[in-house]
Design a protein around this ligand. Sequence first.
Ligand code: GLN
Length: 491
Amino acid sequence: MTDLTKLSLAETHRMLLTGDCTSRELVQAHLKRIEELEPSLHTFITRRSPELALADADAADGQLQGIVSNPPGLIGIPLAVKDVLSLAGMRCTSGSRILENFSPPFTATAVQRLIDAGAIPLGKTNTDEFAMGSSTENSAYGPTRNPWNLAHVPGGSSGGSAAAVAARLVPFAMATDTGGSVRQPCAFCGVTGIKPTYGRTSRYGLVAYGSSLDTVGVIARSVADVAMVFQHMAGYDPLDATSRQVAVPEYALPGSPDLSGLQIGVPEEYFIEGIQPEVESAVRAAIIQMEALGAVTIPIRLPHTEYALPVYYLIAPAEASANLARYDGVRFGPRMGGESGIWEMFTQTRGRKFGPEVKRRIMLGTYALSAGYYEAYYGKAQKVRTLIKRDFDQAFEQVDLIAAPVTPTTAFKFGEHTDDPLAMYLQDIFTLPANLAGIPALALPVGYDKNGLPVGMQLMGPNFSEDLLFRVGHAYQLESAWHTRWPEVNF
Ligand code: GLN
C-alpha cells in the first residue's frame, strides 16, 4: 500500500481527485506518524484535536465526491503552522510564557489563504521565543530535535516546522524568516523552503518581531511542493500596509532541467575561512551541477556582507524592543504583581514571563534606540543596511541570481552555543543579508556531511523573483536526489 506520508503534493492532489485516497486516510496517516514520533521530536507546541482535523477531512472528502468541478489546490491536505502565526481557536504562544494563554480571535491572512485553498491544520509548531534564535533552544516549551540525529538541533527559529516536514509528520508547514528562520532550519533538516520578498506575503496576524524584516514563507520537501503552496499564500493584503500590490504569476515549473542562458553569481564573501569544508564542497558541487545544466557562473563581490551581522543585531532588537512593549500584563500577558502598583506589575510580568534571550534583545534594542545613542547605533545601522542592499542591486545588474551556502556549518549539538550568544548569532551570517535587502531566497538540500547531517544551499534573487528561484531550484532537483532522502528516526 502507498505510504501517504511519502507523496509529493502534486501526487497527493491527484490521488485525492481520482479517489485513490481520501483526505481522512491522508490526515490519519500523518496523525499516526505524529503519535509515533512526536514524543522524540517535539515539533509541536500545541496540537489541534484529531477529531477537528478529521472533521475537516470528512468535509473535504464530501466536497471531492460532490459537485466541485475545480477543487481548491490544497483541498484535504494537512499542514502545520508556526506558532507565531494566528489561527483562530488555537492558542498562539510564540514560544513564550507571556503568551501561554493567548488565543487570537482571528486568523493570519497567510494561514487563512491556505485554509481557503483547502488545507487542514494539524497544529502549531515549535519556535524560539518570539522567533529569536537559531536552534529552538530558546523556546519556553522545550527544544525540537533534529530528525537526522536527535542529539543535534533542528535549527531555528522555525525548527518545529522544518523537523515536522523532514520527519514526514506533515507534507508542508508555514514558517517565518526575519534573519534566516526559514532557510537555516531547512538547511539543518534537509528540506526546502522559501523566504519571500519582503511584502510578497501578508504579515497580518503574525506576531511581530522585526517588522521591517519579517516575512512569512513555506517549508516543504521539494521546490515543486513549496511553489504549489506559495501560489496560494502570496499576494497583496489590504490588512498589511507593507504588503505589495504586485501580481502573483503562475509558478509554472520546467519539465526538463535546462538552465542555459542563466547567469549565477558566486559571492566570494560567502566562502570564507571557518566554514565547514563539507558545506563548501557540497555547495560548490551543486553550482557545478547547475553549470552542467547550462548555467554560467560568475564570481561576484558583495563587499558589505561583513557588516550584516552587526547591522541586523541592532535593527532587529531595536524593532523587537518596540514590538514587545505591548506584552505588559495589561494588553497582553498574564498580570503579575498588580497589587503593588503599576511599575511593580510591569516589572514582574515582563521579568518573570520573558526568557533570557528575549530580555537580552529588549535591552540591546532599547539601548540602540535611546536618546543620545540613536544616531550612533540605529541611525548608522540603517545607513549600512542601504549599502548592503546596494551590493545586491549592483550584483543583479550582472547576474540573474546568487548561489551561496545557507549556514557555515551543519546542525550543531544541543548546548553547543547556548552560553555564547555571539557564536549563536554567527550562525546567521549568510542568511541575514537577504532580509536586510528585502530580497527572496530559496533554501534547498545539496548534500550531507560525514555524519549524515544535511547541507543547504540558498539561491537569492532580485525582488519578486520567486518565480525564477523556483524554476532554477526545480531544475536542480530534477537532476539531484538529495531532497528525496528520508531521515530514519531512531529511538
Ligand atoms: N536567528 C536570527 C535571530 O535570532 C533570525 C531569526 C528569524 O529569522 N526569526 O534573530
